[in-house]
Design a protein around this ligand. Structure first.
Ligand code: FAD
Length: 512
């Protein structure tokens, strides 16, 4: 052994358990970062157990993940039967019959360097402004089932917007597995039957497979889904339960044929004991009812979902049980968990795939060597905890702020006590007209504004500069912005036309 080898403490073998969205995203991201000649990456997945197969709506951050892998967006959209997503259309959440959209976009335009929403807040108090939705191009595009890429048209600059995707979860995992294997990841198809630990440290040393094979590793990534095979079943890390605030604990999913023009936003429809998602793909529509089992039975939930399908059912109902919350530590000893093994909040704002991505980004920036420096581990765990608590608060607001009086589930949600951190955010907005966000918040100012406005939580303050402007001029300016948006939207192709022209009819470009 020469000196260099003796002091080399780099991790040489990483083992990933699980081949769902989390497993293959992890495999692709790690293989893209490490030289396969130095660090061997192995992924074990059980075809028998399968993947959860839901998780089809994303947030714009996913594009960075794909760009890092040099993925061509058109190629990716074809392979995963994807459509575009401009935001989420919340139907009946505030009150039955009332809608608002949470867009990946900003509102209006700054006037005298003061954000638009201060002008809007003043005019709204006087009932001289429409709902915030009227001043957002992306919202109006989604309302009219239109789509164009940002900057495709100069008028779009009126209100900046971003986009994400709806895709087929099974095809996404398959697509990533192709990339990861091309980058050198070794895939083993087997069930993990035994986990072998070091008797002194408790660190995991190897996995025993049902094929008889023993897989040794230095670092293990647990992507085994709700099972939490390594992080929980083996290391007993513990789970923090958030069910007191995020009351839904089950979902029933049922894809159907697509009969309407695909929407350019995810549909989220408030239901008696939860909510229903509708996610349009190129070849089908993904549907599910997320509900609280204290308020509705599985059979009735499935029946209600079936009644609401826009096309013919393509499969039997698939029931999924979950407990909202987070793993107490994402990183414990030489195990890091990603995806459902690390916890689950709610599919409401498509935060799970975002969390997979941000967990991987954090891990890659704080990657250990064989010494497993505890400061690295604590830093990553604490950062992930903060991020998740912030997401949790954003989700709780959706339930807490409802005005669906007379429906037991919703009445209970409205009256529940909320985390202090959320109460402070609401109060801060009311007093300052400015959402309180920092660098660990995934949902920024515009997202919180969308929620506050959608749930009619109004500030009682606006920036005093607003009063320097003649009120009629401001009213006219707001009307102009709205009109300009509507004129722009009228000229855009429908979402369906855009996909037909740019995705389904083009030649596949080779991957870089
Ligand atoms: P899984 O897909 O369950 O994969 C687990 C893997 O581990 C499988 O390959 C399995 O075979 C393997 N495995 C388990 N045990 C063993 C073993 N003993 N041996 C070998 N292999 C094993 N997220 C979003 O971002 N957007 C959404 O719209 C969204 N909607 C959702 C709707 C619902 C109802 C639910 C429950 C989740 C939703 N999610 C959503 C979350 C999303 O589905 C998951 O984050 C994502 O699919 C990742 O899952 P996973 O890979 O962690 O787990």
């Amino acid at each position: 052994m020469n000196d260099a080898t003796a002091t080399d403490s780099r991790i040489r073998s990483i083992v990933i358990v699980g081949g769902g969205t989390a497993g293959w995203m992890t495999a692709a991201a790690l293989a893209n970062r490490f030289k396969q000649s130095v660090t061997k990456i192995t992924l074990v997945e059980s075809v028998e157990i399968g993947i959860i197969g839901v998780g089809e709506a994303t947030v714009p951050y996913i594009k960075e993940f794909l760009q890092d892998l040099n993925v061509n967006e058109v190629d990716f959209m074809r392979a995963t039967k994807a459509t575009y997503k401009l935001g989420i259309d919340f139907d009946g959440w505030y009150k039955p019959g009332e809608k608002f959209i949470h867009p990946f976009a900003g509102y209006g335009a700054r006037i005298a360097r003061i954000p638009f929403h201060h002008y809007w807040a003043k005019m709204r108090m006087q009932k001289k402004a429409q709902a915030l939705d009227a001043y957002c191009l992306a919202v109006q595009m989604a309302r009219h089932n239109k789509f164009a890429l940002p900057k495709a048209n100069n008028d779009l600059e009126l209100s900046s917007f971003n986009y994400a995707f709806h895709f087929d979860a099974g095809l996404f995992a398959h697509y990533l597995s192709g990339i990861a294997q091309t980058l050198g990841v070794k895939r083993i198809q087997a069930n993990v039957k035994q986990v072998n630990q070091c008797p002194d440290s408790g660190f995991i040393r190897s996995l025993g497979l049902d094929t008889g094979e023993i897989i040794e590793g230095e670092f293990f990534i647990d992507c085994s889904g709700f099972n939490g095979l390594l992080i929980e079943q083996t290391l007993k890390t513990g789970y923090e339960n958030w069910n007191q605030w995020l009351r839904c604990d089950r979902a029933v999913a049922m894809p159907c044929t697509s009969e309407l023009t695909p929407a350019s936003a995810t549909r989220s429809l408030a239901m008696e004991a939860g909510w229903q998602w509708r996610i349009p793909l190129q070849h089908r529509v993904g549907n599910g009812y997320v509900y609280c089992s204290d308020f509705i039975s599985d059979d009735i939930a499935a029946e209600k979902l079936r009644e609401n399908l826009e096309g013919g059912a393509l499969a039997d109902p698939k029931f999924i049980r979950f407990t909202t919350g987070m793993r107490k530590k994402a990183w414990n000893k030489n195990v890091f968990c990603v995806g459902l093994a690390s916890g689950f909040m709610e599919p409401l704002e498509s935060t799970s795939i975002y969390l997979i991505q941000s967990s991987l980004a954090l891990l890659l920036n704080h990657f250990p060597n064989k010494q497993y420096n505890q400061t690295l581990i604590d830093t990553v765990n604490s950062n992930l905890r903060t991020r998740q608590e912030k997401l949790r608060d954003f989700l709780i607001l959706h339930y807490h702020a409802n005005q669906r009086h007379g429906q037991k589930f919703w009445d209970e949600c409205r009256h529940m006590s909320i985390p202090e951190t959320l109460a402070v955010r609401i109060d801060h907005f009311k007093k300052t007209c400015q959402p309180q966000v920092d660098e660990l918040d995934f949902f920024g100012t515009n997202s919180w504004l969308a929620m506050f406005s959608g749930f009619n939580i109004q500030p009682d303050y606006y920036h005093p500069v607003v009063d320097d402007f003649d009120e009629q001029d401001v009213e006219r300016e707001l009307a102009n912005i709205n009109q300009k948006i509507l004129n722009t939207v009228a000229q855009l192709p429908t979402h369906k036309e855009f996909i037909q022209k740019n995705i389904t009819n083009m030649e596949v470009t080779p991957k870089i």
